[in-house]
Design a protein around this ligand. Sequence first.
Ligand code: ADP
Ligand code: MG
Length: 239
Amino acid sequence: MPRPGYDTPALTLRDVRKGYATGRGGYLSVLKGVSLDLQHGEVVAIVGESGSGKSTLLHLMGTLDKPDAGQVLLNGENVFALPDAQLAAFRNSHIGFVFQFHHLLPEFSALENVAMPALIGGSSKRRACELAQALLGQLALTDRAHHRPAELSGGEQQRVAVARALVNSPDLILADEPTGNLDARTADALHQEIIRLSRSCNQTFVLVTHNPVLAAACDRVLQLDGGELRPVSGTEVIV
Ligand code: ADP
Ligand code: MG
């Protein structure tokens, strides 16, 4: 469902191409012209074999890397036309990331890790802590708020990472195999949390996953194959 006041897609990719220079002057073409429109509130799964370019695609969507050709528009804004400092501020306020490995800061508590993007975005310490407490509560982590990452289980670490991705109420959340490092039961619980949160917040989610159950719970499933993105039905997912 579109958010009020938004008449443009949350994310548009136009003929995006990306490759990497390899040793001895070679070139590996990874994305060979990917086009896509995501509407506000859509939850989309991206599947594909290992090495097919899923992480490359997510990095471009999240403005962490630039395409060789083509355009990335977020809320209609041609993000790579922005000066670097503005792009960094845009990323902090509009995009949330969850990676396969949590990337939490080891010397900070769960609460501080979640509050960090809000502080960077200019919230007061008090406001950032309130937001972080509320999210930790939603993810059943209230009694872990003062634990450091090393004092948390793998599932708890990833739930903290999800809370951190959501703290600035980003329009777009990008999750790259968020449960790939967890046992099946913990992964299932986290999948349910992610789907529940995405539905309740009406945010746009892109989830890279190998899990057919998670993919089938999304609005759309897109498969990356041969550098191109094509729609597949949830039940077709076999990777
Ligand atoms: P996936 O996430 O689907 O497993 P990636 O996007 O990580 O795939 O990688 C796609 C292809 O690009 C792989 O063959 C990988 O080896 C290559 N690749 C990824 N990043 C780089 C890089 N920085 N330099 C060179 N090759 C890369
Ligand atoms: Mg990957």
